[in-house]
Structure formats: structure tokens, C-alpha cells
Design a protein around this ligand. Sequence first.
Ligand code: HEC
Ligand code: HEC
Ligand code: HEC
Ligand code: HEC
Ligand code: HEC
Length: 467
Amino acid sequence: MPKLALALPRNTMSRIGVILAAACAALIVLLSALQITGLGGNLHFRILAFLILPALLVLGLVLAGVGWWLERIARRKAAQRSGSATPLPVVDLNHAATRGALLLLLLCGGAMVIILAGAGYQGIQVLESVQFCSQACHLQMQPEASAHDRSPHANVACVECHVGPGFGAWVDSKINGLKEMAEVATNSYPRPIPTPVRQLRPARVVCEQCHWPAAFVGDRLIVHTHYSEDETNTPKKTVLMLHVGGQAGKINSGIHWHVARGVRIRFLADPSRESIYTVELTTPEGSQKVYQTQAVPPVDAEWRTMDCIDCHNRPTHIFRSPAQEVDAALLDGRIDTSLTFIKREAMRVLQAQYPSQEQARTAISRDIADFYRTNYPELAAARASAVTEAGAALGEIWSNNVFPQMKVTWNTHPDHLGHDDQSPGCLRCHDNKHVTAAAEKIGRKCELCHNVVAEDEVAPEALKALE
Ligand code: HEC
Ligand code: HEC
Ligand code: HEC
Ligand code: HEC
Ligand code: HEC
């Protein structure tokens, strides 16, 4: 009479499978215990414990199953040849040995389920973590990850913005992740990573979790300080009253009118979204206007519904121009404004090319020190630490914006929130060239968006009143 024990696999494949699964399970338990006690919490440790070992465990179980199945086929064939039937095992719970074997099987099975569920849960956490996104693909994510760490969204996880809602989007992102890992393994990933990103989570869903459209309304006073490239680095101020606007009560106005309730803007643009050809506006009342340019769109032009990231395309991965960076550093004291010609020299060293960030830091520090030693020896001696600090700050600025190994340099990622020499930004549409059949234009009057209260003035009247 066939006993339960007979049903247990006896083939090598199944044995290897069982041993592999048991070993992995034991290791997962051990590593989890280490993690709980606070030892070994780093990314590689967690990838091993919660992604690699569980995958091997599943492989072990599959091997065991396949081996058992092949063995059954072989047994059935042998039985057919000898003319006997192939009975199914009889489970007789009156036998102590059968009861023991069954209990063992249930316990092992239960333990496997618990271990796999726990490891699976932890594994998902690893896949969703900022470290995984930025370190697992360290080199190619470096520009975005380092900009993210310095942004107002440093505490928002990559997946919050990058993975769409729902299980489908999650699976999509993981399949995409596998593709990216293959690209990393074969060193064939694109440099720089193309932008705009097509699988972003819908901006309205993401951004509006934290930013409530009705909460950013009204005008905003903006003061920009630009330093001149003269001997004394003269600071000049530009003052704007920016009509940020939005949805206030029943009235939609100003810049956030584009995303106010009921307003829908669609546009046809080239894949980089730098050139916009047709704009279709639907108002809350349901009327439609189509603005068109004379230019012929390229064949790969795409339609898109305007949302937050058509203006805020750099909410997190913020790369600036050399002038913006130097002005900011002079304003917040990272670079001493009393160093003669420092703005001009800073612009010069930042725009030079260096093969790596390491070499840039060294070369920039040396170059700045040499400049003062040669041209202003007294200043160089008296303000030695200011000169050193300026060199270090400029090396840091270069390294925050230029990533030679990823072919990311100044202006690889233009910002659309405004208009400057990097990108026309708002003026991609507001250029008087987008016209309806009734000759209505998308306006480019300065006052539509802001009052320019002062432009590059040393001491603007408007600010005196506020002092
Ligand atoms: C607050 C939302 C947000 C967060 C958080 C965020 N991103 Fe992004 N990411 C964006 C947006 C928006 C873009 C640009 C989309 C566009 O221009 O179409 C982008 C673009 C990118 C790109 C494409 C290259 C580029 O610079 O345009 C990469 C790569 C990227 N992000 C990686 C990351 C990584 C890694 C993290 C976490 C360390 C992260 N992102 C966190 C919103 C976010
Ligand atoms: C998880 C919450 C969260 C999400 C999601 C989020 N933000 Fe923010 N955002 C913040 C916080 C926190 C700040 C910092 C506020 C501050 O410094 O005053 C901020 C700041 C900002 C600022 C002001 C930056 C500045 O320099 O003053 C803008 C603009 C902004 N976010 C746009 C966006 C956009 C666009 C998205 C969607 C792509 C987004 N945010 C998604 C939390 C979030
Ligand atoms: C038409 C372009 C445009 C669109 C679309 C847009 N914004 Fe803005 N937003 C701006 C500009 C311009 C500012 C002001 C920037 C500044 O202060 O320098 C701004 C400011 C903000 C601020 C900072 C407000 C403050 O007072 O500190 C937040 C937060 C913000 N936007 C979130 C969003 C969100 C969320 C969306 C999508 C629902 C969105 N924006 C859509 C152009 C836009
Ligand atoms: C995709 C095209 C597009 C882009 C990009 C765009 N706009 Fe507009 N904008 C429009 C259209 C269409 C209108 C409605 C026509 C008009 O009033 O001129 C409009 C209207 C406006 C208005 C008037 C809103 C009101 O009160 O009725 C302001 C202010 C404005 N835009 C500011 C901006 C700013 C600032 C930016 C850049 C940060 C920007 N726009 C980018 C298409 C665009
Ligand atoms: C469609 C909207 C729009 C129009 C039209 C527009 N601007 Fe602007 N402008 C902006 C936005 C948005 C910014 C960015 C504000 C900020 O830095 O936060 C800006 C910034 C500026 C700045 C500050 C630049 C700096 O870095 O200091 C100046 C100066 C300026 N605009 C002048 C003008 C003049 C002059 C006109 C008219 C010929 C004009 N703009 C038309 C939206 C517009």
C-alpha cells in the first residue's frame, strides 16, 4: 500500500530544490533578525535579504515541484509498462509516521508562506525607496538624485512622482526598471536620460496631494539680485510683482488660471516640448478656441493636456545657469562679494570644461587662487580663506550642475517657469504668434504676468518703501 512517504520526492532535482529553499529561508530569517537588531540596514544588505534570497527561495520551490512532477511522470510510465495501475497515495492518519510527515509538511509550508510574505513586503519597500532608485543605478541617476537631495522636495520619494497610481502602473514601472537594469548591466543606457519623462504620475494627482490649488492665489513680490561683472561686483535688483493668481472663490485669474477648475488647455508640441505649434483652449463655460502658428509641426509632434509640470518642469531636479548659481552664492555668502572681479572670474571658471567633477573641483580652486595671487597679491594674502572658500564653492556649483559621464551640462535641462536665454518657457505660447481664426493672440504683454517694478537697479525706489 503506498504510504504518504512514497509521495515525497526522491529525485536529485527536488532534493537540491528543497535544500536551496530551506537554506534561503534560514538566511532570510537570520538577516531579518540582524536588520531588526539594527545591524546591516544598508541597501545592498536589503537587496540581498529581501530581493535576491526570496527569488532563490522561489527558484528552490519551483525546482522541487518540477522534479517531483517529472518523477511522477516517470513512475506512471514505469507502472504502465509493467501493466499495474498508479495509485494515488493513501493518507492514513492512523499511522503515527504519516501524521508526523503531514505535520512537518504543513509546518514547513506555513513557514515558507510567512517568510515569503514578509520578505515580499520588505522587498517592495526596497524597490520603492529613494536609495534604490538613486543608488542601484547610481551613475545614471546621479544628476537627478543629487538635485533631488537639494530640492524643496528632498523628502518626497522618487516613486511618489514617477510611478502612476494603481497596480498596472506599478507593474509597468517594475518592468521598466528591469529594462533599465539590463541597460545598466550592458552599459547601454541613454546619456543623458531623455526628458520629458513619459511615465510620470499625473501631475495633478501628485502635486495636489500637498499643494492645494485654491491655496496659492494672489500676487507675489519677487526680488532677484544680479551681480555685475565689474570690479566691485555691483549688486542690482530686479523687482517683479508676479500675478501667480489661481482659483479664488468663483474667480480664476493670473498664472494659475491655466489649471483652475474647468479650464482645459491642450497643445501640440515637438517631443522636447520646447516648440509648441497648436494650442486648444476649452473654458469652464465650454467654449473653444484654437490658436495656431505658421510653423509646420514635425511628424513626431504630440498632443498633451497642460498641467503643473508644463510650467514647473523642474520642481525637484533643479539645474541652474552659471549666472543664477553665482548670484545665489554671492547673495547667501558662500562666495565673498568683497573679492575683486569675483563674479566675472566665477563665470569664466564655471563655463570651462573639465573631464570629471573631481578634476573640476581641483582645477577651479587652483584657477581662482592663481588669479588672485597673480593679479591681486595683497588681497590674496589678506583674504586667503575667502579665496579658498570661493574656489571650493564654485567647484561644488559646477559639480551640482555638470555630470560629464552622463553628458549633462549647463542647459541640458531648461526650466520652463519664466523666460530667459535657456528657454522661452511661458513664451513658447505667449509669443503673439499663436493666433485664432478671429485673430486673437495668446498675449505677451509684460503686465499680463507681472509688473516689472524695477529692472537691474542698484537701489529700487519700491524696495526703499519696504525697508
Ligand atoms: C516632486 C516630484 C518628483 C520627485 C520626488 C522626483 N522626481 Fe524625477 N522628475 C520629476 C519631473 C517633473 C521630471 C521632469 C519631467 C519632464 O520634464 O517631463 C522628472 C525627471 C526625472 C528624470 C529624467 C531626466 C530629467 O532630469 O528630466 C529622472 C532620471 C528622474 N526624474 C529621476 C528621479 C529620481 C531618481 C528621484 C528620486 C531620487 C526623483 N526623480 C524624484 C518629478 C519628480
Ligand atoms: C509629499 C508632498 C509634496 C508633493 C507630492 C509635491 N510637493 Fe511641492 N512642496 C512640498 C513641500 C513640503 C515644499 C516646501 C515648502 C516650503 O519650503 O515652503 C514644496 C515646495 C514646492 C514649490 C515651491 C518651491 C520654492 O522654491 O518656493 C513648488 C513650486 C512646488 N512645491 C511644486 C510642486 C509640484 C509641481 C509638484 C508635483 C510635481 C509637487 N510640488 C509635489 C511638498 C510636496
Ligand atoms: C502656467 C504655468 C503654471 C502652471 C500650469 C502651474 N504653475 Fe504653479 N506657479 C507658476 C509660477 C510662475 C509660479 C511663481 C513662481 C515663483 O514664485 O517664482 C508658481 C508658483 C507655485 C507654487 C508656489 C506658490 C507660493 O506662493 O509659494 C506652488 C506650490 C505651485 N505653483 C504649484 C502648482 C501646482 C500644484 C500646479 C498644478 C496644479 C501648478 N503650480 C501649475 C506657474 C504655473
Ligand atoms: C501651452 C501654452 C501656454 C503656456 C506654456 C503658458 N500659457 Fe499662459 N495662457 C495660455 C492661453 C491659451 C491663455 C489664454 C489666452 C490669453 O488670455 O492670452 C493663457 C493665459 C494666461 C494668463 C491670463 C490668465 C487670465 O487671467 O485670464 C496669464 C497670466 C498667463 N497665461 C501666464 C502664463 C505664464 C506665467 C506662463 C509660464 C510660466 C504661461 N502662461 C505659459 C497658454 C499658455
Ligand atoms: C506669459 C507670462 C509672461 C510674460 C508675457 C512676460 N513675462 Fe517676464 N517673467 C514671467 C515669469 C513667470 C518670470 C519668472 C519670475 C520668477 O523668477 O519667479 C518672469 C521674469 C521676468 C524678469 C526677471 C528675470 C530675472 O531673472 O531677473 C524680467 C526682467 C521680465 N520677466 C521681464 C519681462 C518683460 C519686459 C516682458 C514684456 C516684454 C515680460 N517679462 C513678459 C512671465 C512673463
